[in-house]
Design a protein. Structure first.
Length: 237
């Protein structure tokens, strides 16, 4: 997923102007999150526009809004969106979440958010903004989600395992886990990422606990479950 971009089955993502390139995290949460087939979807920190475009492909009658604070990413995301069959249903807005006040709430919010908080900041300022919570701390993300999410809406995000616990601490008593998926690179790797679906109200049912292994571990091939999750997007495995 390097170079100038990455080609999926129905669209191409150019990431030459974005600090953070197309990666597995975005593909995972874009394919895993549950989306309404109609209604409104918000992608927070869209970067290249990948998750927003995946959402438009998966939810053929929904409108999608994507926001980002990086002007270069916004321009790139708009170009990527314009080259897809769904450009009429995707709007890309340059705005921090904290200053984003649309007229209507969203039925689903999805994010591959910045997560490094206390680690050594990289020298590239744009890469710092993309990967570190200095521009969007977890408490601010929770505040924004609660302000923008419809009463029965769902918020989905992906984080490294340790950061997922920090996020849940920030969301304690305010957002409630409906679904949780541990992502393992191989059967022996341990948890590398956690995907979570949360709601603003406590769920009536017990939260779903899932595990996804990306590679089978023997011949380093993608697992059947990962291929099933992403089959509508990847050209080949």
């Amino acid at each position: 997923m390097g170079g100038g971009g990455f080609t999926f089955k129905q669209f191409h993502i150019d990431h030459s102007r974005c600090a953070m390139k197309v990666g597995t995290d975005g593909v995972l949460i874009g394919a895993w999150c549950r989306l309404p087939q109609t209604g409104r979807i918000l992608d927070v920190g869209t970067g290249t526009g990948l998750i927003a475009i995946m959402a438009a492909q998966r939810a053929p009658q929904a409108s999608v809004t994507a926001i980002d604070i990086d002007a270069a990413c916004v321009a790139q995301a708009r170009d990527n969106v314009a080259a897809t069959p769904w450009d009429g249903r995707i709007e890309v807005v340059e705005s921090p979440l904290q200053d984003f006040f649309p007229q209507e709430r969203f039925d689903a919010i999805v994010s591959n958010p910045p997560y490094f908080e206390e680690s050594l900041l990289p020298p590239d300022e744009r890469r710092t903004t993309a990967r570190h919570t200095c521009s969007l701390r977890f408490g601010e993300l929770v505040d924004g989600v609660l302000r923008l999410l419809a009463d029965d809406g769902r918020f989905s995000l992906i984080l490294p395992a340790a950061e997922s616990e920090r996020f849940l601490a920030a969301a304690h008593g305010r957002l409630f886990t409906v679904r949780r998926c541990e992502v393992w690179t191989t059967p022996a790797s341990g948890v590398r990422r956690v995907m979570m679906e949360l709601a603003a109200r406590p769920p009536h049912e017990v939260s779903q606990q899932e595990r996804l292994v990306i590679e089978d571990g023997c011949q380093m091939r993608y697992s059947a479950e990962y291929r099933a999750l992403t089959r509508d997007f990847y050209l080949k495995f």
